[in-house]
Design a protein around this ligand. Structure first.
Ligand SMILES: [Zn+2]
Length: 82
């Protein structure tokens, strides 16, 4: 096994990039905290009150936000190269 370097440059086609962005969008939906959570203090909508989430929903929201940022970064970089 070889080690993957910390900084990695990938050359992918536009179609692969689009697919990657779609996969990230799916992942954001999957990780998004549920609209109704029994454990969360009210309100459970992280977009209204990001601080009022239970630990699990907070972790899910952080992961979803990271996926969203990465997707935006991929799109922004691709647009900059056009
Ligand atoms: Zn919750």
């Amino acid at each position: 096994m070889f080690a993957i370097p910390d900084l990695l440059t990938l050359i992918i086609s536009a179609e692969q990039r689009d697919l990657l962005q779609q996969a990230l969008a799916d992942a954001v939906c999957y990780r998004d905290p549920p609209a109704v959570c029994e454990t969360c203090p009210e309100p459970s909508n992280p977009y209204e009150a990001p601080g009022d989430l239970c630990d699990e929903c907070g972790a899910r929201f952080a992961r979803a936000s990271a996926y969203l940022s990465l997707g935006r970064e991929l799109g922004a970089k691709a647009d900059a190269e056009r």
